[in-house]
Design a protein around this ligand. Structure first.
Ligand SMILES: NC(=O)c1ccc[n+]([C@@H]2O[C@H](COP(=O)([O-])OP(=O)(O)OC[C@H]3O[C@@H](n4cnc5c(N)ncnc54)[C@H](OP(=O)(O)O)[C@@H]3O)[C@@H](O)[C@H]2O)c1
Length: 288
């Protein structure tokens, strides 16, 4: 399984914002996502935590039982390694039990894509690699990836891992541009990782944020949207997808109309001048 073999699609749909009582809404949104061509769903063991650990995974298990057609042909990614109050644990003992719990809650025999949600500084990369390789060899994980790692932490892990590391899930948006210059996206292009992108419209702040940066970025996006006859949502997402890494925005909206609007960004590639206008608005400085 290499990152080219895994079908990440152009967009993914994320479960972070759900609580377990939103089963009907989740079904409606998964249906809208699948109709819009999204086959990649993203969750984590900690999502839906207002109603307890595992709530979002449990909800996916319920969808699989009660509305299996909604998940037919979909790939479901989940994550582990965050422990509220600790805050991180990537020990063999912990991850093995976390994976077993995720398998049980989602009602699957194998997880399509498993991320280490955040780096545990107290786990040696050789030990983490051995744990992940063991879980792949045991048939519990089809593919492995990481989220929110530094480029150096990924190099450390890759030095020991036998299974291909196929993706790095990161925060990236017109309001969060650090991955462009901190080595994260350079590394993803160097190794050809897929880059599933969380909060690609900064949780809505691109459209409603009041910081100076948000207002500058919104002004740039609105001007480009008006010029191109596209929506601000499309332009905001295309800031992420125009970047030449294999970015895959994970949409977090629970509004079907917004989701349909978002996927229209698929055919929009910003020209250099427009992309740099947004970049400069984000930094607040003109490039030399
Ligand atoms: N790996 C990690 O550490 C990590 C961390 C966070 C998230 N994630 C993943 O990334 C996914 C997406 O994250 P996200 O939900 O932050 O993504 P997002 O798509 O940037 O934000 C979605 C939020 O923005 C709001 N929004 C969207 N368009 C808007 C508009 N035009 N005006 C006002 N509000 C608007 C949505 O509200 P409506 O619902 O009303 O549209 C929703 O609350 C998560 O579900 C999860 O799978 C991963």
């Amino acid at each position: 399984m290499t990152s080219q073999d895994f079908d990440f699609g152009s967009f993914a749909y994320g479960f972070w914002r759900y609580t377990e009582d939103q089963f009907d809404l989740a079904c409606k949104m998964v249906e809208a996502a699948r109709e819009a061509g999204i086959d990649h769903l993203d969750t984590a063991d900690i999502y839906g935590n207002e109603s307890g650990i595992g709530a979002a995974e449990r909800m996916l298990g319920r969808i699989a039982r009660e509305a299996p057609a909604l998940l037919e042909g979909a790939t479901v990614a989940t994550k582990g390694g965050i422990v509220f109050g600790t805050p991180y644990n990537s020990s063999k003992e912990y991850l093995t039990s976390a994976v077993d719990k995720s398998l049980g809650l989602m009602g699957v025999e194998r997880i399509d894509l498993y991320y280490i949600h955040r780096p545990d500084m107290l786990t040696h990369p050789a030990d983490l690699a051995a744990t992940l390789d063991g879980l792949v060899e045991a048939g519990k994980l089809k593919a492995v990836a990481v989220s929110n790692f530094t480029a150096a932490q990924i190099e450390g892990l890759k030095a020991y891992l036998k299974a291909p590391l196929i993706a790095h899930q990161i925060e990236f948006s017109a309001l969060h541009i650090a991955p462009i210059t901190d080595g994260t996206l350079d590394q993803a292009m160097r190794h050809d990782f897929a880059v599933p992108v969380w909060s690609p419209v900064a949780g809505g702040q691109v459209f409603s944020g009041e910081s100076d940066q948000a207002q500058r970025v919104r002004g740039a996006i609105e001007a480009i949207a008006a010029k191109l006859g596209r929506s601000s949502m499309e332009v905001a997402l295309s800031f992420v997808t125009t970047f030449p890494a294999r970015t895959v925005p994970i949409l977090g909206t629970r509004n079907p109309e917004r989701l349909r609007e978002a996927v229209r960004a698929k055919d929009l590639i910003l020209d250099r001048s427009d992309w740099y206008d947004i970049y400069e608005a984000a930094t607040g400085e003109q490039l030399p």
